[in-house]
Design a protein. Structure first.
Length: 186
């Protein structure tokens, strides 16, 4: 490898590391309001059946397929907002704190989501059931949902570990939800 290629690779790694630090700093601003860590899987059989039927897609990593998976997450977030907050989510902006990250974009991996979410204590009791019900109704939803209490910033580091790949759309910005006020006042 020539010097130019080594310098270029080093610069790319520095830029990627800087990007990961920036994303982690941004998401960490909300770490005291996160109450749950969650992993969602997609049903591989449904995704592959859709890909074969479409005749326009070739893999789960095709950008058009990833866009459909992102839309699935957006619908999920909207359904959760409504399930937890009812119509006040539209009228008064009451909504959960939600930061989803699409993972499994590498060769040999299957796309799935990790997310950090925050809800107030009152709604926390019903969150598990609403999450399972809302996720199960979506077209590509898998059966594995792991909802656990949020413990520390280690989850945020884990979620953002692949932000290093600049050519991938990792944070699902369309599905990010930041309440206009603290969860303690909702």
């Amino acid at each position: 490898m020539n010097t130019l290629a080594v310098n270029s690779a080093s610069k790319t790694k520095q830029d990627s590391s800087h990007l990961q630090r920036q994303v982690l700093e941004w998401i960490s601003r909300y770490q005291h309001e996160f109450t749950h860590a969650i992993t969602f899987t997609f049903n591989e059989r449904k995704v592959w059946s859709f890909i074969r039927a479409s005749k326009q897609l070739s893999t789960p990593h095709d950008e058009r397929m990833l866009e459909l998976l992102r839309k699935t997450m957006f619908l999920f977030k909207r359904n959760i907002d409504h399930g937890l907050y009812g119509n006040t989510s539209k009228r008064h902006g009451a909504r959960l704190l939600f930061v989803p990250v699409l993972e499994g974009l590498g060769v040999g991996q299957f796309p799935h989501y990790h997310a950090a979410m925050g809800v107030d204590n009152e709604r926390s009791k019903q969150l598990g059931e609403i999450v399972r019900l809302s996720w199960s109704k979506l077209p590509f939803a898998g059966h594995q949902i792991k909802l656990t209490p949020y413990r520390d910033q280690g989850w945020l580091s884990y979620m953002t570990k692949h932000v290093l790949k600049l050519n991938k759309h990792v944070i699902d910005w369309d599905s990010v939800s930041i309440p206009s006020r603290s969860l303690a006042t909702c």
